[in-house]
Design a protein around this ligand. Structure first.
Ligand SMILES: [Zn+2]
Length: 764
């Protein structure tokens, strides 16, 4: 009998041991309260699935900042996995159907598969999708039912269990360390990405981080999926799940089939969730169809249908009990927490746990898989339609030229490199100029990147206010980067390029000739600041090797030439948190262990004053200039410090300033520049005492209409004739105040030299 069984097993591999579930494999109960698999465990499980199942294959996307490997699981039928390379090639042709005969397109649509990308856990505290991904992959690898097989036959699923492995590990480590204490489920006192924290989902057009570049390559160079779904979590006290349709405003240039597909997929998800009695689903809420910077959003301009899912959070893996009276609206699309057509079945409160988040995410993910199979030929044909419309929309010979003869050629080369990295077709002429022909599938993306944004002013009721954008209102790269680009006609004889290696910038070369390398430090508050991370990134990548100072380290004598206060609220600088009772104050102070709390206080302030009096240079960005103005007796005030939001509002726009030519901080800058500003700050200086000098380094134009270059602003007249950047002497030292973010998210190459020059000034 035993021998017979063995024989059976050998001759019928289908009877081999069932594929282990993640809970069995890892020896923990996935999805249970206070239980999390960390990134290494997740990878080990996916590797085991790859070994055990012919339906799963792991691809490596690249390395994270901290050296972790990023993985993506390709999940499909056994046959599709065998034909992976052919399916990839078909997807590439469908994304760029130029030169294909109609019969070839028809054959591709008939024979190819829907390629669907699902990314999880880019925001590390939004942890549930990283756990759900293992269960979903296991179910797809082991299913024997006809319906799942049909879906696997029609769809190639690309599943990224975590888009931020470093942060996934940080969150799980911190959670495990604090479980069972009063800090269980509390916030991390540092960024969950080495440099950019939550802004890792604001990097999808600038591609500054290795994780962003790795996924971008997989999407726009290797796989060309038709559908891209990014799974997130949102606050705990509102609706349970946002599923597209998106909220207004919408970018009118995006092909309408993108929104029709997103709505159709979203409707299938909501329908399946409602069937399973999952309440609290909402659409048309908070998340708009205008902003370009998020993972899946960038794809809208590249003909890919991108969806965002947002599920209510728990306290990481700790369940929350929510009283019905605590549930809140208050956002775009749901002003009061009640039943509306976009939120017909409100959740009623009670316990909410990791398992709930995983269940909502899993049902939606299965509904995605289902409709991707059902509508396979529609999704493939619609992509061809969108791609062809993009190509056909170009005027004859229309192109952008990035001329070699310009003020800052290395940064212009960087722009050309960036377009290439995005999958855009880039050419070069014999004289070195780069050219971007517009009759290409990514035409809308190129236009969006090159031209100023005019924010669509949408009102949902007559006489009501304009809907505010979800994030910033602009991205125009030539303005942000200080690069000259011309919209013109493609000449004969340009060659398509496949590689661009930008030269080193002059401002960095000049720094290398200084007699002494400046010692620079950046201030890092415990309330993790993304602007601090971006500042550190900028200085690290340009060879400044900055030190990082916690609030407790700003004491006594500070052995530096320059100290930078990144864009941090003045209360957070002083106290380490917002003042109790103010907006955003929450229970923050209770959530951090003692050693991870506190601000500069009086001691830190006195140390910084002494640092400057003794000859140091203090450099402050945006909000932190308010703290400097209040704590240093300098002849500068912020004319907008008490302005009301209805009188002045700037969600993040590019503004024009005039630059003073003859100052060490402005060396190499043009007479006018674009700056990225997103806060009510406009300096007024006054005549100082004889032992103090002050300089207006950058000022807004006198005419209101000249101020806005790209984006949206309300109350621009309040900026006229005000200063955007100033410098003053203070004792033996200097203070430089930027009322904007000169290094905003690593994008504003135009104003990076102001930061570098300020640091160099500290040793001049
Ligand atoms: Zn998120």
């Amino acid at each position: 009998m035993k021998r017979l069984l063995l024989l059976l097993v050998l001759s019928f591999p289908v009877l081999a041991a069932p594929i282990q579930s993640p809970s069995d494999f890892l020896g923990i109960k996935i999805g249970a309260d206070r239980t999390l698999a960390d990134y290494k465990q997740i990878v080990s499980y996916f590797r085991a699935l790859d070994a055990a199942s012919p339906r799963v294959e792991i691809e490596s996307l690249g390395k994270t900042v901290l050296g972790e490997e990023m993985i993506m699981a390709v999940i499909s039928s056994e046959e599709n996995i065998r034909n992976k390379m052919r399916i990839r090639e078909s997807a590439r042709k469908l994304a760029d159907p130029r030169g294909l005969a109609e019969a070839e397109v028809d054959a591709l649509i008939r024979d190819s598969k829907t390629v669907v990308l699902v990314t999880c856990n880019i925001h590390s505290s939004e942890i549930a999708s990283s756990q759900m991904a293992m269960e979903w992959a296991h179910a797809l690898a082991s299913a024997t039912d006809a319906e799942t097989r049909r879906r696997l036959d029609n769809v190639v699923l690309l599943l990224v269990p975590s888009l931020n492995p470093d942060g996934q590990k940080m969150i799980v480590d911190w959670y495990r360390k604090n479980v069972g204490t009063k800090y269980e489920g509390g916030q991390l006192p540092y960024l969950y990405h080495h440099y950019v924290g939550h802004d890792n989902n604001r990097d999808w057009y600038m591609l500054t981080q290795p994780e962003t570049r790795a996924l971008s390559r997989a999407v726009y160079h290797t796989w060309n999926p038709q559908i891209f779904v990014d799974e997130h979590q949102m606050g705990a006290m509102g609706p349970r799940m946002f599923i597209p349709p998106f909220a207004d405003p919408v970018d009118p240039d995006v092909h309408p089939l993108i929104w029709r597909e997103a709505n159709m997929i979203g409707a299938n998800m909501a329908h399946r969730l409602e069937q399973k009695e999952k309440s609290g689903l909402i659409y048309g809420y908070t998340f708009d169809a205008y902003w370009l910077g998020g993972t899946r959003n960038t794809g809208w301009w590249k003909n890919i249908t991108g969806l965002l899912l947002e599920i209510a959070s728990a306290r990481i893996a700790t369940p929350m009990y929510i009283e019905p009276t605590e549930l809140r609206g208050g956002s775009k699309g749901l002003v009061e927490y009640k039943s509306t057509i976009n939120h017909p079945n409100p959740w009623k409160g009670g316990w909410w746990r990791l398992r709930d988040i995983m269940d909502y995410g899993r049902i939606a993910s299965d509904a995605l898989h289902e409709i991707a199979a059902d509508k396979r030929t529609d999704f493939l044909r619609n992509l061809v339609t969108r791609s062809r419309a993009a190509v056909a929309g170009a005027k004859p010979g229309e192109a952008y030229r990035i001329p070699k003869q310009q003020r800052d050629w290395p940064t212009a080369q960087h722009l050309a490199w960036l377009m290439l990295e995005h999958g855009v077709e880039v050419h070069q002429a014999a004289n070195g100029d780069y050219w971007i022909p517009m009759s290409q599938p990514y035409r809308l993306f190129v236009t969006e990147m090159m031209e100023p944004q005019r924010y669509p002013e949408v009102r949902l009721q007559a006489g009501r206010d304009v809907l505010r954008p979800y994030d910033v209102a602009t991205w125009t790269l030539p303005l942000q980067m200080g690069v000259t680009v011309e919209h013109t006609t493609l000449p004969e004889g340009t060659r398509r390029v496949t590689e661009i290696n930008p030269e080193t910038k002059e401002v960095i070369r000049r720094g290398a000739t200084l007699t002494r390398k400046p010692r620079v430090a950046t201030y890092k508050p415990w309330a993790a600041s993304m602007d601090e991370g971006w500042t550190r990134w900028l200085l690290d990548t340009n060879g400044f090797a900055p030190k990082t100072l916690s609030p407790q380290q700003v004491r006594g004598t500070l052995p530096f030439d320059a100290i930078i206060l990144p864009d941090v609220d003045k209360d957070i600088i002083e106290l380490g948190r917002r003042k109790p009772g103010t907006e955003g104050a929450s229970r923050y102070d209770d959530e951090m262990p003692e050693e991870n709390r506190g601000g500069l206080g009086n001691e830190g302030r006195d140390a910084l004053r002494k640092f400057v009096e003794d000859g140091g240079t203090l450099i402050a960005f945006a909000a932190s200039t308010n703290w400097v103005i209040e704590n240093f007796n300098i002849p500068v005030r912020n004319a907008l410090s008490t302005v009301k939001s209805e009188d002045f509002s700037n969600p993040g726009s590019l503004l024009r300033v005039n630059i003073r030519p003859d100052h060490p901080v402005t060396i190499g800058m043009p007479a006018q520049s674009a700056i990225f500003a997103d806060a009510p700050i406009a300096f007024e200086t006054s005549s100082p005492s004889t032992d103090t000098q002050r300089w207006v380094l950058a000022s807004y134009p006198e005419e209101e209409r000249e101020i806005l270059l790209s984006g949206w602003i309300q109350g621009a007249e309040r900026l006229t004739r005000k200063a955007a950047a100033v410098a003053v002497t203070y004792g033996k030292g200097k203070i430089v105040l930027f009322g904007f973010r000169p290094q905003h998210r690593g994008q504003t190459h135009a104003t990076f030299p102001l930061v570098f020059n300020s640091i160099y000034w500290s040793v001049q």
